[in-house]
Design a protein around this ligand. Structure first.
Ligand SMILES: NC(=O)c1ccc[n+]([C@@H]2O[C@H](COP(=O)([O-])OP(=O)(O)OC[C@H]3O[C@@H](n4cnc5c(N)ncnc54)[C@H](O)[C@@H]3O)[C@@H](O)[C@H]2O)c1
Length: 330
């Protein structure tokens, strides 16, 4: 297949692009580089020299450019978006514009090009404050912040639109907490500016780029007082996208949780990273962050039964791989 990847030079998009190319698919990376670097296609070619990668710099909000870049593709994986929960309270309209209007443009461009296979990056935030854990896909959906609302709205729009079409397939992948990097140290999470996700923040503190890791709340009802989340290796996550895009001959919409199915506290993650890097991570404890829930992890069994997918890599592998990549940047 020729697969169009919005946000293709970003963290998850780039790892997915690599696995798709290794499977023999040709890949078009479409990205405005607002949160990733122009050297990513080069890094991908270094890792997969026979891979067919095309990079097009563009914005998903640019209707004409998006539709023309998509021409000739067989499937779309839509990663492009803004993803920082805290920032979404400060810039809600930017979140709705990029994540909601951007998804409208992706659907319209697919329709114009008669492409009927979509894989969408959703998030565990669409479960809001789940009543029970682990979270299963049939649980009620809600949003507790503008980022979550933008993902939930995008999911609903995709479902409405796809249900009107014939022969379309859409897979909504609800990620828990992606972390880690490609084991080569050549590809990893390298956002523009200060990272928002916890593991790259810890990694950059270990590398001496920032002084300390701020922990938002250590008085939660969890064994060590810090929040518990379901971390999964980005290579496992990328693999799920390959399976989803290849398995989409069944028409309709399906939502799948992608998580390891177990939780680690923030302090457990910090200690695992200290072991991987051999460095001490200075911590600062601050107040709880608005909208954070004490613990969250996935029931990933539907992804297993529908795609044959399971997260196999460990927390230690996530930390070792992320550290190898961070060290390679300095
Ligand atoms: N990383 C996570 O913790 C996480 C968790 C759940 C869901 N997600 C979702 O997964 C997707 C990918 O996340 P990521 O971690 O790879 O983030 P990322 O920021 O590394 O990648 C997103 C990419 O989209 C690009 N982009 C942003 N706005 C764009 C626009 N208007 N037009 C074209 N390109 C644009 C950015 O430059 C970036 O390369 C996002 O939609 C995010 O909401 C991520």
């Amino acid at each position: 297949m020729r697969i169009f990847i919005t946000g293709g030079t970003g963290f998850i998009g780039s790892h997915t692009a690599l696995l798709l190319a290794e499977r023999g698919h040709s890949v078009v990376l479409y990205d405005n580089l607002s949160n990733s670097h122009a050297d990513v296609p080069e890094r991908l070619r270094a890792l997969a020299p026979s891979g067919d990668f095309t990079f097009i710099e563009g914005d998903v909000l640019d209707r004409a450019a998006l539709a023309s870049a998509m021409a000739g593709c067989d499937a779309v994986i839509h990663f492009a978006g803004l993803k920082a929960l805290g920032e979404s309270w400060v810039r809600p309209l930017d979140y709705y514009r990029t994540n909601v209007s951007g998804t409208i443009e992706v659907l319209a461009a697919m329709h114009a090009n008669d492409i009927r296979n979509l894989v969408f990056s959703s998030s565990a935030t669409v479960y809001g404050l789940p009543a029970t854990i682990p979270v299963v896909e049939s649980m009620p959906l809600s949003a507790t912040n503008p980022y979550g609302r933008s993902k939930l709205t995008a999911e609903e729009m995709i479902s409405d639109f796809v249900s009107l079409q014939s022969g379309w397939s859409a897979t909504l992948l609800r990620y828990f907490n992606p972390a880690g990097a490609h084991p080569s140290g050549i590809l990893g999470e390298n956002p523009i500016g200060r990272p928002n996700n916890l593991m790259p923040i810890i990694a950059q503190v270990c590398a001496g780029r920032f002084a300390s890791v701020q922990i938002n709340g250590n008085d939660y009802p969890t064994p060590d007082g810090t929040c518990i989340r379901d971390y999964l290796h980005v290579m496992d996550l990328a693999h799920a996208h390959v399976l989803a895009v290849e398995a989409s001959s069944d028409p309709g919409v399906r939502a799948l949780n992608l998580g390891a199915g177990r939780g680690y506290s923030i302090l457990e993650l910090v200690h695992a990273f200290e072991a991987a890097s051999g460095r001490k991570v200075p911590l600062e404890f601050g107040p709880r962050r608005r909208g954070d829930i004490p613990e969250l992890w996935a029931d990933p069994s539907l992804a297993h039964s529908q795609l044959g997918w399971t997260a196999t890599r460990t927390l230690a592998e996530m930390c070792n791989d992320a550290w190898r990549f961070t060290e390679s940047l300095s």
